[in-house]
Design a protein around this ligand. Structure first.
Ligand code: SF4
Length: 200
């Protein structure tokens, strides 16, 4: 799924919990996000002389092995301009940008054209932030897809990041980042002690 790029970019463990273990949970942020998406999820079309707008547009790429939906695609003439709706202020990192870039690459394959830019729309601030799909962003998104596919094939769930990202993560009660992190740390300490005793 195209949306999985944002999950992986935010936290590889979050990606694996959702897409390997099929776990999901809601919190206040995901619920607010769903409410913000209600209008675009209706799948409407509008047209003015300059711009045609499609919401909840199905997208795919055979080359990248991706499917998904774009919240909004504006067509400026024949050029698609994807807009991804996000609840709340910008998160640190380029998570939404990765997802949007993957949408752009799908649209390029579907419509046989170049999609040079799009926007992330922050619902709470009503702010549109333009994203240019640079070669660097495209390469980064494609290489992340390769890593994501490897995680899917292995079925392994990566270690918790156990940092500030966890505070707002809806999966925190399923993930238990502190408990898992502590258990892994104790296991590493135990292993190191065992190896030290072996060497003596
Ligand atoms: S709680 Fe933290 S480690 Fe766990 S999935 Fe969420 S962000 Fe990742």
């Amino acid at each position: 799924m195209v949306s999985a790029l944002e999950h992986y970019s935010y936290c590889p463990r979050q990606f694996a919990l959702i897409h390997v273990e099929q776990s999901y949970d809601e919190n206040i942020f995901t619920l607010r996000g769903s409410a913000d998406h209600e209008r675009v999820d209706e799948g409407y079309s509008t047209a003015s002389p300059d711009i045609r707008v499609e919401s909840s547009l199905p997208i795919w790429s055979e080359r990248l092995g991706l499917i998904g939906k774009a919240d909004i695609v504006e067509f400026h003439g024949d050029t698609p301009y994807p807009i991804e709706y996000k609840h709340g202020p910008r998160k640190m990192g380029v998570h939404a940008e990765m997802q949007l870039c993957a949408q752009a690459m799908c649209l390029e394959e579907m419509f046989g054209c170049c999609v040079p830019k799009g926007s992330v729309y922050h619902c709470s601030s009503h702010h549109r932030r333009e994203v240019v799909f640079s070669e660097e962003l495209r390469t980064r998104a494609e290489s992340m897809l390769v890593t994501m596919r490897a995680v899917l094939e292995s079925g392994d769930v990566p270690e918790p990041v156990n940092d500030a990202r966890c505070t707002n993560c809806s999966l925190i009660d399923l993930c238990l980042p502190q408990a898992v992190g502590k258990r892994r740390r104790l296991s590493h300490i135990g292993k190191a002690l065992f190896e030290a005793n072996e060497e003596e």
